[in-house]
Design a protein around this ligand. Structure first.
Ligand code: SF4
Length: 285
């Protein structure tokens, strides 16, 4: 258990979490929306010694196609998420608390990553569920990893406040940001979240010249409108048209039962991306 880095104390032992733009108001004994932060005695805490998943993956699986190609990366995740997408493929760890069954401290993760260098490990990826919700664990691990010349990769939905993002940016080498929709209205309707926060995250990453790739899981009825995709990729190309883009096909998972994305629709969205961006990949087909 570790005290959270970003929160504000309120009256009657309440706290407001300031890590992500949800700004959960949490009463004593309760957890925030992401289930990973809890109020104990009027302070906000998070776990800092356990993970829900750990594995050695090819870096292309994150996906990162233009960074450390051919390398492996030790990948870790914790339970919980600040989104609750009904098509989540990792819902067994993202949509519940207390599934951090792998007892490992940041020091132990870094030790393991160093040992794995022998078989091609380049560093550590914070992934599987949303790494923002394991922010303190991730930051501590990333700082230790840099001292061992390991790279740090964050695979995220990008829903994080500006101050914590700026504080961790110096230690993260590469990002894959999952852009779940292309308009403010779609983000509000389907995720009760603000698209402008995701755009701000992308801008900060680009500004700091970190390696960035973008993933878009194309889900019927959420982000399969070609004109909305065109507008987003036009905006992105204005920042940097060499950012690799992954256009992925949705398949039913978790609570989502609608059929897999029509391949022609996927191609149309990929075409819209290719119109503006230099590197576009289609995935899950
Ligand atoms: S990180 Fe979790 S507790 Fe904090 S504001 Fe976001 S969803 Fe709420």
């Amino acid at each position: 258990m570790k005290k959270a880095d970003y929160f504000e104390k309120k009256e009657n032992y309440k706290v407001i979490c300031k890590l992500c733009p949800r700004h959960c108001m949490i009463v004593e004994g309760a957890r925030g929306v992401c289930m990973s932060r809890y109020n104990s005695g009027g302070d906000l805490y998070t776990e800092n010694d356990a993970l829900s998943a750990l594995g050695l993956d090819p870096i292309e699986k994150k996906p990162l196609f233009h960074y450390q190609e051919g390398k492996q990366i030790l990948s870790i995740g914790a339970s919980g998420c600040n989104f609750s997408c009904n098509f989540c493929q990792n819902y067994h760890i993202s949509q519940q608390a207390n599934v951090n069954h792998i007892k490992k401290t940041p020091e132990e993760v870094v030790e393991e990553a160093v040992i794995l260098k022998k078989i091609g490990n380049a560093g550590i990826a914070y992934t599987y569920s949303e790494p923002v919700i394991m922010y303190e664990y991730m930051k501590e691990t990333a700082i230790l990893a840099k001292k061992e010349n390991l790279i740090n990769v964050m695979v995220s939905n990008g829903y994080i406040e500006e101050a914590p993002l700026k504080a961790i940016l110096p230690y993260i080498d590469a990002f894959n940001i999952d852009v779940k929709a292309f308009t403010e209205a779609a983000y509000q309707k389907h995720f009760r979240a603000g698209f402008q926060h995701i755009q701000r995250t992308l801008e900060l990453i680009i500004e700091k010249k970190k390696h960035l790739e973008i993933s878009c899981l194309i889900v019927p009825g959420i982000n399969d409108d070609v004109s909305e995709a065109q507008a987003f990729f036009s905006w992105l190309a204005g920042k940097d048209r060499t950012i690799p883009v992954h256009i992925n096909r949705y398949y039913p998972a978790y609570k989502a039962t609608m059929p897999a994305t029509d391949v022609e629709v996927l191609k149309a969205i990929a075409d819209a991306a290719m119109d503006k961006m230099q590197f576009v990949y289609m995935g899950n087909i």
